[in-house]
Design a protein around this ligand. Structure first.
Ligand code: ZN
Ligand code: MN
Length: 146
């Protein structure tokens, strides 16, 4: 069995990126926090004490390189920041307007992986849903009971 780090190393190499320590750590963070959809800031904050040599610019440049190679997807659902998703299967995102959580929604989408629609080429495709998550709804309901 290969370790998770080995797996990520192979992935970087396959994508033509040198598997440097910092790149590996950033990719590992994304892989371990899929539900977080972190920003550049969040990744930097999380790694800064472990890797003193890391800078905000490194994280930013690394994410750009990952994005170019199709390793990460930018998620702009909040409208004010870019969040990053380690590339998994295409899925929708649900933003809770109360707690700010971004939740993965796996439902079949009629557009799927289409590269074209009615003769138009698709470059970007955002699957965004906004509302109030079930956890916040439950909290609200409990509050109203008392
Ligand atoms: Zn919520
Ligand atoms: Mn996601």
């Amino acid at each position: 069995m290969i370790s998770n780090m080995e797996r990520l190393k192979i992935l970087l190499t396959e994508k033509g990126l040198k598997p440097t320590y910092q790149r590996l750590k950033i990719l590992e963070y994304l892989d371990k926090h899929l539900d977080k959809h972190p920003t550049v800031d969040m990744i930097y904050e999380a790694l800064a004490n472990k890797i003193p040599t890391i800078s905000m610019t490194t994280v930013y440049n690394t994410l750009n390189a990952f994005q170019e190679k199709g390793l990460v997807n930018p998620v702009t659902i909040t409208g004010t920041e870019v969040r990053y998703d380690f590339l998994t299967l295409p899925h929708h995102h649900f933003l809770c307007k109360k707690c700010g959580k971004i939740i993965d929604i796996d439902i079949k989408c009629p557009i799927g992986d289409k590269k074209e629609i009615y003769g138009h080429r698709i470059d970007e495709f955002h699957r965004y849903i906004k509302g109030v998550c079930k956890y916040c709804l439950k909290k609200e309901k409990n509050k109203n009971k008392h």
